[in-house]
Ligand binder design. Structure first.
Ligand code: KET
Length: 428
């Protein structure tokens, strides 16, 4: 519109004398928005930051620390970054599905290189925003293409699973998983619940190092779960956030998803590089669908892209370049395996130290569960009241379900932690 014409339009209304009175706002239009509760895991980090206690210890979030309790940037990551920087690459958008070198690397890591499913083109993969973003894309896919399906989550599970599926409007239910009496897997309960699940349901399985319990099915149990999924036509959705942290070996930790594929099952997998490459803040991960049919994989990929486009358009470059560089380079890959063993080994060592310290301070109680559990966490069985005592009296920050991250513990703090646990168990 011409400027003159616009000015005429503007001056067409009745003329006001003086400035337009502005009425004071009564309050915000959002005054009725309720306060959301702090996140059960990341909220613990916030509380830890706010604490001024000199003895404070953060055993909340699952993030690896060294013996000085400092965050770690892996040596392979630094090497990969210097290679990346020397290439002087641009910051253009990636494609919606992400960096091709990363997509290849991530499927290789999951299935083992040269897997027939890769050669046969029946794997759909989108690089996404770490484990959480990948799970969310998977949840959006379920909401759109598996309408009415119920998602079964282990009881207990990582707290954010409920939000991720719930926020997509996907109905979720628990299947039994943890047996507090044996501090082991309630395999019978798990099988019964999955047998009762309607065909076409989705079963979320932790690929390895179950969070928060640290209890994984045995190889035989995995085989039985796979057979059950086949018989009952359940879709396995693996959350692989700790590959390398269960045994210290990246291949061994991919046992379950590889077994399911070998048995001819179609699987969906979310992968995260937060923990095993220490790329927490870079948000590197993938949503992978290993299917039995190439055309279906092509069409599913097109729909995953459609979903990702509306959620975040396309994924970030830097972390994907790092992961691709490490996995695709033979030398760096070998070095990473060594660093992985180092991280897993340090956690295993403090696990043993904690158990021994507890045994010496409170010998009448059985503490052997601590070294039976695997991965980053120990599920201590502390009640919410006992956890409150741990935090309020001893400045040990942990989640209220009784989980402690052993990745945040060092030898120097083992006795301090053990004393706090004994005090909490005895007196609360
Ligand atoms: N799955 C599981 C089982 C998991 O424990 C986490 C993170 C994720 C997925 C997602 O991580 P991402 O950084 O989005 O790739 N767990 C730790 C951190 C968190 O809660 O966000 C934790 O349990 O402490």
């Amino acid at each position: 519109m011409q400027l003159q014409a616009r000015m005429q339009l503007r001056s067409a209304g009745p003329r006001r004398a003086g400035p337009v009175p502005v009425r004071a706002m009564a309050g915000s239009r959002f005054a009725d928005v309720a306060q959301a509760p702090p996140d059960p895991i990341l909220g613990v980090s916030e509380a830890f930051k706010a604490s001024t206690d000199p003895n404070k210890l953060n055993l909340g979030v699952g993030a690896y620390r060294d013996e000085q309790l400092k965050p770690v940037v892996l040596s392979v990551v630094k090497k990969a970054e210097s290679k990346i920087f020397s290439r002087n690459e641009n910051k253009e958008y990636l494609t919606i599905e992400g960096l091709d070198a990363f997509r290849k690397a991530t499927v290789d890591l999951l299935l083992g290189g040269d897997h027939p499913a890769i050669k046969e083109g029946r794997v759909a993969v989108v690089q996404s925003l770490s484990g959480t973003g990948s799970l969310r894309v998977g949840a959006a896919f379920i909401a759109r293409f598996m309408k009415g399906a119920t998602v079964y989550l282990s009881n207990p599970t990582w707290g954010n699973h409920r939000n991720i599926f719930g926020d997509e409007g996907v109905e979720w239910k628990y299947y039994r998983y943890f047996d507090a009496d044996t501090v082991g897997l309630d395999f019978r309960g798990m099988v019964q619940d999955l047998q009762a699940a309607p065909p076409g349901s989705v079963v979320v399985l932790h690929g390895c190092a179950h969070n928060p319990t640290g209890i994984d099915p045995t190889k035989d149990q995995w085989a039985a779960i796979a057979d059950l999924c086949k018989e009952r036509n359940l879709m396995p959705f693996f959350d692989v956030a700790y590959q390398g942290f269960a045994t210290g070996d990246l291949d061994k930790d991919a046992y379950a998803p590889r077994l399911f594929v070998e048995k001819g099952l179609e699987i969906v997998v979310s992968q995260s590089y937060s923990k095993n490459l220490g790329l927490y803040g870079e948000r590197v991960g993938a949503l992978v669908m290993v299917l039995n049919d190439k055309e279906a994989a092509t069409r599913c990929l097109s729909q995953l892209k459609r979903l990702a486009r509306a959620l975040y358009s396309n994924p970030p470059t830097h972390g994907a370049r790092i992961a691709a560089e490490v996995v695709n380079d033979k030398e760096l890959f070998e070095e990473w395996k060594g660093e992985m063993r180092g991280m897993a080994g340090r956690i295993e060592r403090v696990r043993g130290e904690l158990q021994r310290s507890l045994e010496s301070k409170y010998p009448s109680k059985d503490w052997s569960f601590i070294t039976k559990q695997i991965g980053m966490f120990s599920f201590t069985g502390l009640t919410p009241a006992q956890v409150d005592n741990m935090t309020n009296k001893h400045a040990i920050f942990m989640t209220r379900d009784g989980r402690i991250s052993l990745a945040g513990l060092n030898s120097a703090k083992v006795d301090y932690l053990a004393e706090a646990i004994v005090d909490s168990v005895r007196n609360h």
